[in-house]
Design a protein around this ligand. Structure first.
Ligand code: AMP
Length: 556
């Protein structure tokens, strides 16, 4: 097994990272560190965000710095202020036992005077955003003469943000550069061009596949009519009660308006967009990082460089125009080996573009259904009850209140108390979802729009549903309906039931149509070609000691 010691790092660095809990080097660290410690080789590291890139270049830099010279020797350039601060903070942790190394962050939106003062004190590693660095060079506040190592972090994002000229300027004006290390999640042709022009026979290392998304991410999409996007967003949030999510919109106005609307409706959300002043932006980011905000809604430009640990869901309120941007958005979740979900709310017209993105990310995108109101309520309900069960009562003097409580509740059964707790917590919620209809477009090919957002339309939908069943029963469209003796009383809700039947039968979700769940039984619309496989896999099997019965409802 590869260890940090075997990569050639010194004891001080090993001590610091083991205190941080790093046990084994990540793939990019294993591949990069031995090469970068050499100090004279150019390097291209293609790796997704969250793979441990900061340590991959930060640790070798700390080992290569000559502390006897108090001048900047290493320059790390990254796209945003947030990333800049994050890199500095991480390197500060790595250098805990490595005395005498100075590190300075320079980025826009903060006092340039203070940054000039910091630089004057003498430093070894400068971590900078391109614009501010150029500003400092023009003011003669920093010289690049003695820079030996240049790191370009998230190079593709810097190019996306229009920093190409700045980067080339910096590379041209570092005459003593011994090596250039470029890290990027994707490899667009402009990066290839920059590397050819400014790097010498770089060692190229790829972790995972180039241009692929992080494999820990489950990509899901939901097909809804454009006018129901907002409602679909709300449902997806409500269906995931523990969500810590980042939502992307294409425009500032959408970000602002959706944040305001959701705030009014009681959600912990704020917006991040280009119209915010730096202090406002810092405040929002601080709250999100501290989890005082459960949700952050942002435009792509405003969200660049955001690296917040533990984001469970990225939601594309709309698909981005640029396909590469999808990779950047989804890369905000599923970091450091954790699982993440990237959900896209799309219209059927966007399915073609989605397919292209799927090819680019080289991962299967799963078509999912916006859950119906009942499923949302059930999920929230179970979440609340689980939280209630997990509540720690060991710390307070709750036992003192027991006699009063026992007296108060003496005439009520446990069941009634539970129902009252549920009603107190869920009344508003249940009322909201009571009449909520189906938001999904189910069959865009035949142009049937079955979305039935509000109640009246919901009745219409039942009608349409019958028509649809008729079509299915007529067998003209390749679908049939299966009956199964499993239902909500078996502890299933739609999503978990779907997962169960797909796992059992090893089929893909796109063979399925509508699922109709009742307490005791359910009906599943399925592609005729797949029906036999599903019946064979499930019929006769055991579920919690009971025999499952599944058959073709049309031939019953
Ligand atoms: P990065 O890709 O540099 O943003 O790193 C993502 C996260 O993984 C950061 O929180 C790092 O502190 C953490 N990390 C980096 N390398 C390791 C490692 N070898 N073991 C455990 N965690 C790590």
């Amino acid at each position: 097994m590869t260890t940090f010691q075997s990569l050639g790092l010194n004891d001080n660095l090993i001590k610091a990272i083991s205190e941080l809990g790093f046990e084994t080097p990540t793939q990019i660290q294993q591949k990069a560190i031995p090469i970068l410690l050499n100090g004279t080789k150019d390097f291209i590291g293609l790796a997704q965000t969250g793979t441990g890139k900061t340590a991959a270049f930060g640790l070798p830099l700390l080992q290569l710095i000559d502390t006897s010279k108090k001048i900047p020797q290493a320059l790390v350039i990254c796209p945003t202020r947030e990333l800049c601060i994050q890199i500095v903070n991480e390197i500060l942790l790595f250098k805990k036992h490595q005395k005498g190394i100075g590190i300075t962050a320079v980025y826009g939106g903060a006092s340039i005077g203070l940054q000039i003062r910091d630089l004057k004190k003498g430093t070894h590693i400068v971590v900078a955003t391109p614009g501010r660095l150029i500003d400092l060079i023009e003011r003669n506040a920093i010289t690049l003469e003695e820079i030996e190592y240049v790191v370009l972090d998230e190079a593709d994002e810097m190019l996306n943000m229009g920093f190409q000229d700045d980067i080339e300027f910096i590379l041209k004006n570092t005459p003593n550069r011994q090596s250039t290390w470029l890290f990027s999640a994707t490899m667009p042709s402009e990066i290839r061009r920059v590397s050819k022009k400014y790097m010498k026979e770089p060692v190229e290392v790829t972790v995972g596949k180039v241009n692929t998304g992080n494999k820990n991410i489950d990509h899901q999409y939901f097909v809804v009519p454009a006018q129901h996007r907002y409602e679909a967003l709300k449902r997806l949030i409500d269906f995931n009660p523990g969500i810590y999510g980042l939502i992307f919109t294409r425009t500032k106005m959408d970000a602002q308006q959706i944040a305001e609307k959701l705030t009014r409706e009681g959600y912990d959300i704020d917006a991040l967009h280009g119209d915010l002043s730096q202090p406002q932006r810092d405040k929002v980011m601080g709250q999100f990082r501290d989890k005082a905000l459960q949700l952050l809604i942002a435009t792509d430009v405003a969200a660049r460089g955001i690296d917040v640990q533990g984001i469970t869901h990225v939601i594309n309120y709309e698909l981005p125009d640029d396909m590469e941007v999808y990779t950047h958005r989804s890369g905000r979740t599923g970091r450091a080996g954790q699982a993440g979900i990237c959900m896209s709310i799309v219209h059927s017209r966007e399915l073609g573009r989605l397919k292209q993105m799927e090819r680019m990310v080289q991962a299967t995108f799963h078509r999912s259904e916006v859950p119906d109101g009942k499923d949302v309520c059930r999920k929230q309900f179970i979440y609340f009850m689980d939280k209630l069960l997990e509540t720690d009562i060991s710390q307070g003097a709750y036992a003192n209140y027991l006699p009063i409580l026992e007296e108060k509740f003496a005439h009520i059964s446990k069941e009634t108390v539970l129902q009252k707790v549920a009603a107190a917590e869920f009344d508003r919620f249940l009322k909201y979802y009571e009449n909520a209809g189906d938001l999904n477009i189910r069959d865009e090919k035949r142009g049937q729009r079955n979305s039935d957002f509000n109640r009246n339309k919901s009745h219409e939908y039942i009608g349409k549903g019958r028509d649809r069943n008729k079509i299915f029963n007529d067998g003209n469209n390749g679908f049939t309906r299966l009956f199964v003796n499993l239902g909500t009383k078996d502890g299933f809700y739609k999503a978990s039931f779907l997962q169960y039947i797909l796992d059992m039968s090893d089929l893909r979700k796109d063979v399925l149509g509508k699922i109709d769940m009742k307490e005791m039984n359910s009906w599943i619309e399925i592609d005729k070609k797949a029906a036999h496989q599903m019946i064979r896999a499930i019929d006769g099997k055991n579920f919690k000691g009971r025999r499952i019965r599944m058959n073709d409802a049309n031939s019953r």
